[in-house]
Design a protein around this ligand. Structure first.
Ligand code: ADP
Length: 483
C-alpha cells in the first residue's frame, strides 16, 4: 500500500476521460500556439507566459506520473509532485495577469469577492433554524445578489471604458506623430517652393521697376502707367511674402545664419528712423527718439534692424490720424523680464487651445535662455488704432491679423511679428505687446541682453546647437516701401 493518494479502481469510463482530458490539453496548446504566432505585443507576451506554465506542468507530470512510476521506480509515491506543479501553472497565469493585465485584475477580484459573499449567503439560507429566518436570509441574499450584479456590471463598464480610452490615446499618439511628419514635410515644401518662386518674382519686380523709371523707359499712356504701377506694387508684395515664408522655414529648421557682434542699438534705431522718415511723413506721424547714451548689445545687426523696422513700420501702418511714435530704450534687471514673461505665459495657458499656440516658439530652446543680470528694453509706442486686449498674445502667431475692422485698409501678411519674435528670441530676448484697447494706441516692447554681460553671452553662444548649411535672411532687412 502506498503512503500517498487514494486507492482507486479504474472504471470503464477512465480511458474515455483520459482521452478527453488529453485531447483538451492538445487543443489548448494548439489554439494558444496559433494565437501566439498571430498576435503581437502584449497579447503575445500573455500567451507566452501561459505556454511556459503549461509546458512546465506537462513536463513535471510526465516525469512524476509516467517516467518515475512506470519506467523507473514502479511506484506512484512521487506522483504528487506532478500534481503540485499545477502551482507553477497558476503562478505563470498569475504573473501574466499582473504583468500584462491578461484578465483585468479588478474584475477578477470583484467577481471573486462577490461570488464568495453570495455563496456564503446562499449556504446560510439552508442552515437557518426556522422558516422565518430562512425567508429573511433569502430576501437579504436576493438583495445582495442584485447589488453584486450591479457592482460587477459597473466594474466591467469602467474597465471597458478604460480600454477604449487606452485605444483612443494610442490612436491620438499615432495621429500626432503623423501630423509632426506632415508638418516637417510642409516646412520642407514651403522652403523649396519659396526658394524657386523668389527668383522669377524678383526678376519681374526688377524689370517693372526699370519700366517705370523715366530714365530707362517711356510709357506714354497714363492708363498703362497706372496699371503697371499696380502690377509693380503687387509684385513687390508677392516677393515680400515669399521672402517671409522662406525666412520662416529657415528659422523653423534652425538654418538661419545669425552673425553676432557688438551692436549700438541707438545707432541702429536712428538709421531705421532716417530710412523710414518719408513713410512716417506721408502718414503724418512724428517719430521721437531721443537718447543721449549709446546702448550696446551683442547681436546680428541685420536681424535686430529687421525687428525695429517691423515695429516702427507697424506703428506707422496702423495709425490713421496724425500722431507721435515714441521710441525709448532703458536698462532693466533680467529678473523683471523673467517675471513679466512668466505672467504672459500663464495668461496664455488659461486661454483656448488655439491661442496657446502663441506659447510655442519657432526657435531652439537654447536661445530662449536669459543671459546676464541686465537687459536692454526697447519700446515703440504709437497713438494708432490700438489693439483689443484679448488679441495681444495672438499677434505673434503665424499669419495672425486683427479683425477686419482695423486692418482692412492696410496690406499685410500677419508674418512680420512672428518673424520678429523669432529673431528677438534668437538673441535671448523677449517681445510683447500692450494696448489700452481699440483707438488708444499700442506699445510694442522687446528686450536684448546688455553688453555688460558679454562674457556670459559668449559662453552661451559657444553652446548653441550647430546646424549645417546656414542661410542668411532672404531679402535682408525690410525696405521702407515694403511697409
Ligand atoms: P502684418 O502687419 O503684415 O499684418 P504683423 O505680424 O506685423 O503682420 O502684425 C500682425 C497684426 O498685428 C497686424 O495685422 C495688426 O492687426 C496688428 N498690429 C501690429 N502692430 C500694430 C500696431 N502698432 N497697432 C495696431 N495693431 C498692430
Amino acid at each position: 500500500m502506498e503512503d500517498y493518494g487514494a486507492n482507486f479502481k479504474q472504471g470503464i469510463l477512465f480511458n474515455i476521460f483520459t482521452t478527453y482530458d488529453s485531447l483538451l490539453v492538445v487543443y489548448c496548446i494548439v489554439t494558444l500556439t496559433i494565437k501566439y504566432r498571430k498576435f503581437i505585443g502584449e497579447e503575445k507576451r500573455q500567451i507566452k507566459y501561459i505556454l511556459y506554465g503549461i509546458g512546465i506542468f506537462l513536463i513535471m507530470n510526465a516525469i512524476f506520473n509516467w517516467i518515475v512510476p512506470i519506467v523507473l521506480t514502479k511506484s506512484f509515491v512521487y506522483g504528487r509532485f506532478g500534481t503540485y506543479s499545477a502551482i507553477l501553472l497558476v503562478g505563470f497565469i498569475a504573473y501574466a495577469i499582473l504583468k500584462t493585465k491578461l484578465f483585468n485584475l479588478k474584475i477578477i477580484l470583484t467577481e471573486s469577492a462577490v461570488v464568495i459573499i453570495d455563496v456564503i449567503l446562499a449556504v446560510q439560507i439552508f442552515t437557518s433554524h426556522s422558516a422565518m429566518e430562512s425567508l429573511l436570509r433569502a430576501l437579504f441574499a436576493v438583495f445582495v445578489f442584485y447589488g453584486s450584479y450591479i457592482l460587477v456590471q459597473s466594474v466591467r463598464r469602467e474597465i471597458k471604458f478604460r480600454e477604449e480610452l487606452q485605444v483612443m490615446a494610442q490612436q491620438l499618439a499615432h495621429a500626432n506623430s503623423h501630423l509632426r511628419e506632415l508638418d516637417q514635410m510642409k516646412t520642407e515644401f514651403v522652403s523649396l517652393a519659396s526658394h524657386e518662386l523668389l527668383t522669377p518674382v524678383s526678376a519681374i519686380e526688377g524689370y517693372l521697376s526699370m519700366l517705370l523709371d523715366e530714365h530707362m523707359a517711356k510709357i506714354e499712356d497714363p492708363k498703362a502707367q497706372k496699371y503697371l504701377t499696380n502690377v509693380y506694387n503687387s509684385a513687390k508684395r508677392l516677393a515680400r511674402l515669399i521672402a517671409d515664408m522662406l525666412n520662416i522655414s529657415r528659422i523653423e529648421e534652425g538654418r538661419l545664419l545669425v552673425e553676432k557682434k557688438d551692436i549700438d542699438l541707438s545707432e541702429l534705431i536712428k538709421q531705421v528712423v532716417d530710412e523710414i522718415k518719408f513713410k512716417s511723413d506721408e502718414k503724418k506721424q512724428k517719430i521721437v527718439f531721443e537718447t543721449p547714451d549709446s546702448w550696446k548689445s551683442y547681436g546680428d545687426p541685420d536681424k535686430v534692424k529687421e525687428v525695429i523696422i517691423n515695429l516702427i513700420g507697424n506703428s506707422i501702418k496702423y495709425s490713421k490720424d496724425p500722431g507721435t511714435i515714441n521710441i525709448s530704450i532703458e536698462k532693466i534687471p533680467t529678473e523683471w523680464v523673467k517675471e513679466k514673461w512668466q505672467k504672459i505665459e500663464e495668461d496664455i495657458k488659461q486661454r483656448p487651445l488655439d491661442d496657446q499656440e502663441a506659447i510655442h516658439s519657432a526657435v531652439d530652446e537654447h536661445f530662449r535662455n536669459f543671459v546676464g543680470n541686465q537687459q536692454l528694453m526697447i519700446s515703440v509706442k504709437d497713438e494708432g488704432i490700438g489693439i483689443p486686449k484679448e488679441e495681444l498674445p495672438r499677434l505673434f502667431k503665424k499669419f495672425h491679423r486683427v479683425g477686419d475692422y482695423t486692418t482692412a485698409e492696410s496690406q499685410g501678411t500677419g508674418l512680420g511679428l512672428y518673424i520678429s519674435r523669432a529673431l528677438v528670441e534668437l538673441h535671448h530676448g523677449r517681445i510683447w505687446a500692450g494696448s489700452e484697447g481699440p483707438g488708444k494706441g499700442s506699445t510694442f516692447t522687446f528686450t536684448l541682453p546688455d553688453i555688460s554681460d558679454k562674457e556670459a553671452l559668449l559662453k552661451m553662444e559657444a553652446q548653441a546647437p550647430k546646424k549645417e548649411s546656414l542661410k542668411p535672411l532672404a531679402r535682408p532687412t525690410k525696405a521702407a516701401e515694403d511697409i
